[in-house]
Design a binder for this molecule. Structure first.
Ligand SMILES: C[S@@+](CC[C@H](N)C(=O)[O-])C[C@H]1O[C@@H](n2cnc3c(N)ncnc32)[C@H](O)[C@@H]1O
Length: 249
């Protein structure tokens, strides 16, 4: 999403991908394309890293042993493709799935695609700004409120996008908005058993862990997804990283 590699503790350089205007205009275009050709579902982020199938393999692995009735929240869902991909093999049910995005166009696009996807009948798509809005769990549905959060929260490229915003919090601390992401999203993870799985191409695995486990988030590393590594200038790395976090009470 950006080639700039941040120094330790540095912020990412802001870019258009950190603005709502960028996403609104992208989804306006993708809505037009999808209505002209229903097979065109728009951008699938990190598809060259085979990301969605690696996420699926991780979520269906014995190490997690998630039941089919698990609940999922996809943060910054875009076209909803990640949720739809999890429904393909029948391991999970759509009823417990919610996708949220701050762009109205994303929500409309994901709902349109869901209408054409029989197994996605129960999936809900809602408009939510994960930084500015402060919903109670009931916003996501009665079951989520009763169970105290989601079993799985997914983020593929959304923390990356929020990290590219130059907006500051209005609390006078001078912090950038992405810095409150961990504590905000962690509140929706079922304590002790739920996971937050964040996939990033802008932060290294080490940086992502540092950013997510900040004080106040209550998050701890639970696992990682492995991607092919390359060596450049004597350093090993991969283009994408996915780290799963657990929320401790
Ligand atoms: C790189 S795209 C990823 C979309 C999707 N997760 C995927 O993998 O295809 C980033 C998404 O985050 C959404 N987004 C950015 N900031 C957000 C915020 N504050 N609240 C909710 N969604 C946000 C954008 O609208 C966009 O859909």
């Amino acid at each position: 999403m950006s080639s700039a590699e941040p120094a330790e503790d540095a912020h990412l350089n802001p870019s258009a991908l950190g603005t709502k205007a960028h996403w609104d205009s992208l989804y306006a275009l993708e809505l037009t394309n999808h209505s002209a050709n229903p097979d065109d579902v728009g951008t699938i982020w990190f598809s060259d890293s085979d990301c969605e199938s690696r996420i699926y393999q991780y979520l269906t692995s014995d190490s997690l042993s998630l039941p089919s009735t698990s609940t999922f929240l996809d943060v910054g869902t875009g076209n909803g493709h990640l949720l739809f991909s999890l429904l393909e093999d029948g391991d999970f049910e759509g009823d417990g799935m919610v996708g949220v995005d701050y762009s109205e166009g994303s929500v409309e696009l994901a709902r349109n695609i869901a209408e054409q996807t029989p197994e996605a009948a129960g999936v809900k798509f809602l408009r939510l700004d994960v930084i500015q809005d402060t919903p109670e769990l009931a916003f996501f549905g009665e079951r989520i409120a009763e169970e105290g959060g989601f079993d799985v929260i997914l983020d593929k490229g959304t923390f990356d996008a929020i990290s590219l915003s130059d907006q500051l919090l209005e609390d006078g601390t001078g912090r950038r908005i992405y810095e409150v992401y961990p504590e905000k999203v962690a509140k929706w993870v079922k304590p002790d058993s739920g996971i937050l799985l964040v996939t990033s191409c802008n932060w290294t695995e080490e940086e992502l862990v540092k950013k997510m486990t900040v004080e106040g988030s209550g998050l701890e590393v639970k696992g990682r997804i492995k991607y092919p590594e390359f060596t450049f200038g004597g350093k090993k790395g991969s283009t994408v990283c996915s780290v799963a976090f657990q929320r401790k009470r």
